[in-house]
Every structure is written in C-alpha cells, then in structure tokens.
Design a protein around this ligand. Structure first.
Ligand code: HGY
Ligand code: MN
Ligand code: MN
Length: 408
C-alpha cells in the first residue's frame, strides 16, 4: 500500500506545538533550554513514542526518533529544530520536524518497512538567540565543537547550556553523532521573499551562506549630557550607532547577497541626560561568498578601529559564531529537484540566507534542503506564514524522497 500523508494531522500538530510558548499575534517564544523549550520537547518526544519510534537523547540534548528498517543500515535522517527566537513564528524549524513525523505516521498506516531505518531528529539550540553559536546541537553532532565548549556557553544572565540541559532533563546518555546518517534532508520554510515573489512552489537549496556573528563591548566615559562639550566626549553609544550606519551602507555598496544587521544593542546607563559609557552590540554579517564575507568583516573592523581611536573609547570584540558557506551534496540536490518535478511542483535552485542544522550535517553525510514559500518573506516574526497547500506539498515531497533514499 502506498503511504499517504494526512494533511489534517500535519496542520493540527503544527497548531498544537505552536500553542506551547504561544505569544501575541500567533507566534511562539521557545528560547533554547527554557521551560517552554522543555514543554515543546516533551510534546514532540511523546508523539515520537506514540509513533513507535525508539527515542534517543544525546549529551547535548539532540533528540532522534528512530524507525527500524528491514536491515540494520545507516538511517536516512530528516529533521530540524523546535527552539525559536523570542519573536518566532510557528513554522521555522517546527515544520521540518513535524513533517518528518507525518512521514513516519504514513509509513505506519501503510504498514511499510523500508530497507534502511528512518530517523526524525530535532537539534538543540539551532537559533542561537539565547546561547551562541547557533546550530549548536547539530554542530556538536557533526563534531564541530566539543561538549564542554557547548556546555560552557552562557546566556546574558550567565546561565550555562550544560546546567540548563540538566535542569530540563535533556542531558541525554547518547554520544552525539554516533548515529551517522546515510543521508540527511531538512524541510524548512524559506524565511525569505524569493519563492513567494516568483510564485514558485519548491526551493531546491544548493548551499547555505556564510555567517559571521560578533559581539562588541565599547567602554567610554559617562558624562553630563548638558555640560560636556562635544570635543570632550567619549561616547560609547556613538560608536555603536556609527557601526550600524557603516555596516548597512557597506552591505548596500557590496550588493549581491551581502547583508548586515546590528540586531542587539544595549547602552549604559541608558539615561536621557547621560553620555553612555558602555555599549554592547552585535553585528551579523552574511554572504554566499567567503572572500566577500571576509572583506565585509575586515571593513567593519577597520571602521570600528578608526572611530574608536577618534572617540577615545575601548572596544572588545567577541566572535559568537563564524561558519563558512556550505555547498550541499549535488546528487541529493538533483534528487530533490527531480522529485519535486515528478509532483508537478515548480522549482528554483537557490542558496539559503538563513543558517540551518543541515549545514552542519553536510559535514558528515550527503545533505540537502527543501524550501517552501514564506508569505511576504516574513520570518523571525509572529506573522510568519506558509499556505497549507505549500506545507502539504513540501511534506509529500519529503515522503517520496525519504522512501526512495531508504531503499538505497
Ligand atoms: O540565524 C539564523 O540564520 C538561524 O535562524 N539560526
Ligand atoms: Mn530554522
Ligand atoms: Mn530561525
């Protein structure tokens, strides 16, 4: 019997998971390793067990649900993340995990046992919004950083990953990465405007752009806003503002895929009549081209050095994440395109602007991604939306790909 997806069930589970950490406007806030993240994890683990999957939790809290195959071979794995940013939507990450579970449900209902085992995973702290680097769980899974380095990562309040994993009960026994997949597929919303603007159904993702995250701590001198002449100021806030303007202008000037964001900024004492003596801000630079990304980093650093000298402020830089662009397995990318066309779905090849767990999994096995459109390209925004027909089409495509790969 040919496995058939239940559209209704996919949409219902997306709604049910979205109720955990639900925020005003229809989005979710389930920052990594918070109580909301734990509640989301518990719900999805419960669904995995109800589907008869063997659930493995590893030492960085990655969760893999394993469905036995006819033979004990390397599994075909799919998955994504269920942690969100603070102003998250309901599809980023969650969709890929729940679509994977729908594939399992369809196989169960059709009583199909594939040659290879099939695994559905969610990785810890993909977002990097609370703890850096992002894609932390899949990075550990792929051997990119050690457990101790990951455990030591702390949030703004100094709370560490290791302690939080223990606290929420997800510091599991499995060694990360022992289950080396035969292939990894991640189904995800595009989070950008391209598919929606071009009215294309499926994004055949060929690569993920490079990411550079740096946090700057600027120290100046607090002073009276009224009495301090401009020539005497050592204004930490001024430097932060000048970097934002410079980085934005640079991205426009460089063009292509170059983007630049000053997303986090805090001033101290943050008072209307005091020249700030301290500014902490982040710079997120990305480009599909590593040489250009390096150029952008160098030009931002040079600008900071120049303004810091003129303003006589001290600057301390801390790299929070740095990943080079990743090219997915060409054969698997072709397979995604072929199957999308077999379902009469329009396709277009494209890079991913966002980071994903798949970019880490490509280090250890052939990996590719499938995008479905994001309405108006909105994401990391409670208004993030993907039409039901697109959600279902993506899941059907995932089913066909996993079925074929699991017989390889
Ligand atoms: O920042 C990113 O691209 C991802 O959401 N972590
Ligand atoms: Mn994501
Ligand atoms: Mn995200």
């Amino acid at each position: 019997m040919t496995p058939k997806l239940s559209d209704r069930h996919l949409l219902d589970t997306l709604d049910e998971l979205a109720r955990i950490g639900a925020i005003e406007g229809g989005g979710c806030a389930r920052l990594a390793l918070t109580d909301e993240d734990k509640a989301g994890r518990d719900l999805v683990v419960g669904w995995m067990k109800a589907l008869g999957l063997e659930v493995r939790i590893d030492a960085i809290g990655n969760v893999v649900g394993l469905r036995a195959g006819r033979e004990n071979l390397a599994p075909v794995m799919t998955g994504s993340h269920i942690d969100t940013v603070r102003t998250g939507g309901r599809y980023d990450g969650n969709y890929g995990v729940l679509a994977g579970l729908e594939v399992v449900r369809a196989l169960n209902a059709a009583n199909v046992t594939t040659r290879r085992p099939i695994a559905v995973a969610f990785f810890t702290n993909e977002e990097g919004a609370r703890f850096q680097p992002d894609m932390m769980g899949s990075l550990v899974y792929a051997g990119g950083i050690g457990l101790n380095e990951a455990y030591a990562a702390a949030d703004k309040d100094g709370v560490a990953v290791g302690d939080e994993l223990r606290r929420i009960g997800y510091l599991g026994p499995a060694k990360p990465g022992t289950l080396k997949p035969h292939a990894f597929l991640e189904l995800h919303i595009e989070q950008g405007p391209i598919l929606d603007e071009e009215k294309v159904r499926i994004g055949v993702v060929e690569s993920v752009q490079g990411i550079s995250w740096t946090e700057y701590t600027v120290t100046g001198v607090s002073n009276h806003a009224g009495t301090t002449p401009m020539r005497l100021r050592r204004d930490a806030g001024y430097l932060a503002a000048s970097v934002n303007l410079f980085a934005r202008k640079l991205a426009w000037e460089m063009g292509g895929h170059q983007v630049a964001t000053v997303g986090a900024l805090s001033l101290r004492p943050n008072l209307i009549n005091v020249v700030p003596n301290r500014a902490v801000f982040t710079v997120d630079l990305r480009n599909t081209d590593e040489a250009k990304l390096k150029e952008a980093e160098a030009r931002v650093a040079a600008h900071i050095a120049e303004v810091a000298a003129a303003e006589r402020v001290e600057v301390e830089a801390k790299v929070l994440a740095r990943f080079e662009p990743v090219i997915f397995d060409a054969g698997l990318v072709d397979r995604v395109e072929r199957h999308a066309r077999a379902l009469s779905l329009s396709t277009r090849r494209m890079p991913s602007g966002a980071g994903h767990d798949a970019q880490m999994m490509q280090r250890i096995c052939p990996t590719a991604m499938i995008f479905v459109p994001s309405v108006a390209g909105l994401s990391h925004n409670v208004k993030e939306h993907t039409e039901a027909a697109d959600l279902v089409a993506g899941a059907e495509l995932l089913l066909n790909l996993l079925l074929e790969l699991a017989e390889a």
